[in-house]
Design a protein around this ligand. Structure first.
Ligand SMILES: Nc1nc2c(ncn2[C@@H]2O[C@H](COP(=O)(O)OP(=O)(O)OP(=O)(O)O)[C@@H](O)[C@H]2O)c(=O)[nH]1
Ligand SMILES: [Mg+2]
Length: 277
């Protein structure tokens, strides 16, 4: 007689204000660096999917940009999208109108919520969280609450364990080796944005559009050329981006090149054009 194997699959939405550590958590959950993270606000720009496989379990994690909560667009996420679980990520006991907005929306859907209290490595006396946990209990009904440090990889596996228990009994949606929905072009544009964020210390990174032209990795040639277009709004922004003696642009290129080569496992050359739009 054939042995019947049960498969479990579910979609898990990661929500929370900017900078709470959602993308850091996604990378830890899928054990791969697929989302960029930074200490600056509004780092993530697109929803990023990461797949975690374990035996007959498959979890699709969806990391969201924190800024959507500020701009009242969180509810758009739920249109025509089915989520099985929500991870609501908080930065220790920080709570203000953004968290209020988020719970107003998620309380409308009967989706199980897991509260994630992140950055506990920054608290020496954990008991200060107790009154906050009581406060959250009065605000929202959740199925579990976990305290973690995404940065230090503390208690991440507890999240998987809780999710496994409530994952729907469904066939897997993705092939086993599928890790992310991001195209290589999108990942490269995210790498470049990371270094622009790093070397430019004002609001410019948020008004730059990065377009990586589609390319095919060829095993025949030693290096691959990657063409990148950066769109800025003003000539002054272009100047800042290039820097004195092109210092900043060279920095961004050399740092990005290194990361992209690791990601593609291939030597590349990068050409960046800055255009006004
Ligand atoms: N100390 C500490 N820092 C953390 C932890 N998790 C994340 N961080 C830091 O918090 C900052 C923001 O992390 P991200 O993962 O980019 O935050 P995010 O929620 O994805 O932010 P947006 O994409 O803007 O919505 C980064 O500097 C991380 O290194 C943690 O557990 N402890
Ligand atoms: Mg992020």
């Amino acid at each position: 007689m054939d042995k019947i194997i049960s498969f479990y699959f579910g979609r898990v939405l990661i929500l929370g204000r900017t900078n709470v550590g959602k993308s850091t958590l996604l990378n830890q959950l899928v054990e791969k660096k697929i989302a960029i993270t930074s200490h600056k606000i509004n780092t993530t720009y697109f929803n990023i999917t990461g797949i975690y496989n374990y035996n007959n379990y498959q979890i699709e994690y969806i990391d969201t940009p924190g800024f959507i909560n500020k701009n009242n667009i969180t509810h758009n996420l739920f249109i025509n999208k089915n989520f099985d679980i929500i991870l609501f990520v908080l930065d220790r006991n920080k709570w203000n109108d953004i968290e209020e907005k988020i719970i107003k929306i998620i309380n409308n859907f009967s989706i199980p919520i897991i509260i994630i209290i992140n950055k506990i490595d920054k608290i020496s006396n954990k008991t200060i969280l107790l009154p906050h946990i009581n406060f959250i209990k009065n605000k929202i009904s959740f199925i579990d609450l976990i305290m973690i440090s995404a940065k230090n990889k503390l208690y991440i596996s507890n999240i998987h364990k809780i999710i496994f228990k409530i994952l729907p009994n469904k066939y897997h949606f993705f092939p086993k080796n599928y890790i992310t929905n991001q195209t290589k072009e999108l990942i490269i544009s995210e790498i470049i944005r990371k270094y622009i964020l790093k070397y430019i210390h004002n609001e410019i990174p948020y008004i730059i559009k990065i377009k990586v032209e589609p390319f095919i990795i060829s095993s025949k040639t030693f290096t691959n050329n990657i063409n990148i277009l950066l769109y800025v709004k003003k000539i002054s922004q272009k100047k800042i981006l290039i820097g004195k003696n092109a210092r900043i642009l060279k920095f961004i290129i050399s740092k990005s090149k290194n990361d992209i080569e690791i990601f593609l496992n291939k030597q590349i050359s990068i050409k960046i054009k800055i255009k006004l739009k």
